[in-house]
Design a protein around this ligand. Structure first.
Ligand code: AP5
Length: 234
């Protein structure tokens, strides 16, 4: 694999993407745990008809199926630490190389370290893919409130707020059972926020140097955030 410097990457981005049609664009959603990346990714995916790839969902599927990858990552996920870069990068590169991603895709939860961001940007450059990075911001208080209140469908992965449904109800979309994610407890949320600040936040600076970063205020209800997200994609 050829390693490009940051300056090479920026030049390559400036010159290679200008004339390319936007149809195969990659939309990267970033932000702290609970900011609404998953919720908004699903909505954008439905709106523009392109697949939604979530590194967290892919890991949880592997854990649920007890695959060798699932066994390697289960402990990191339940404690709020990041999975090692090499495992994430190979999983994502394999997933986004499938035919359904040819016309573009929405990706959330990846990249999450500067190393992941550098390698993924290089991958996108090699593939001649235009991309945009949306950074969704919310306060820590909002993060705790949303994650402590979250219930998730064990079958389709859709999330809801406790109170809207009881744990005994069935998912309105697929009739799946509700679960509370293992990492949705105060102690692990605290660790996830710490991990985010230390390892993921520096990527914001990395992407601001590429001119591809757009900040989206994630406060307000889902509908109003969706409006802001779609506006920033225009
Ligand atoms: P991941 O699944 O990516 O978890 P996360 O980043 O902690 O994000 P969440 O899924 O918790 O939150 P979200 O921002 O998607 O919010 P959501 O839309 O659900 O990763 C899990 C773990 O996998 C990591 O900790 C790590 O171990 C590992 N991992 C994954 N990717 C990795 C990588 N690249 N490298 C290394 N390790 C990796 O919304 C949250 C709740 O709020 C929901 O209940 C929702 O209904 C509600 N909500 C959403 N929007 C609003 C709104 N506007 N108002 C009110 N409520 C709202």
């Amino acid at each position: 694999m050829i390693i490009l410097t940051k300056e090479d990457l920026c030049l390559k981005l400036t010159f290679s993407f200008g004339s390319i049609m936007l149809e195969n664009k990659v939309i990267i959603l970033m932000g702290p745990p609970g900011c609404g990346k998953g919720t908004q990714s699903v909505r954008v995916s439905q709106k523009i008809g392109k697949p939604h790839i979530s590194s967290g969902n892919l890991f949880r599927e592997n854990v649920a199926k007890a695959t060798p990858l699932g066994e390697k990552v289960s402990d990191c996920i339940s404690k709020g630490f990041l999975v090692p870069d090499d495992l994430v990068i190979s999983m994502i590169e394999e997933r986004v190389s499938r035919p359904d991603c040819e016309a573009g895709y929405i990706i959330d939860g990846f990249p999450r370290t500067v190393k992941q961001a550098e390698i993924f940007t290089q991958f996108l450059c090699t593939e001649k893919r235009p991309f945009i990075v949306l950074n969704i911001t919310v306060s820590d208080e909002e993060v705790y409130d949303r994650l402590i209140s979250r219930i998730t469908c064990s079958s389709c992965g859709q999330t809801f707020r406790k109170g809207t449904f009881s744990m005994e109800d069935r998912c309105p979309n697929c009739r799946g059972r509700f679960i509370v994610r293992k990492d949705d407890n105060v102690e692990t949320i605290e660790q996830r926020l710490k991990t985010y600040r230390e390892e993921t936040f520096p990527i914001i600076h990395f992407y601001s140097t590429t001119g591809k970063l757009v900040e989206v205020d994630g406060s307000g209800d889902e509908e109003s955030v969706f409006f802001k997200v779609m506006k920033s994609l225009q």
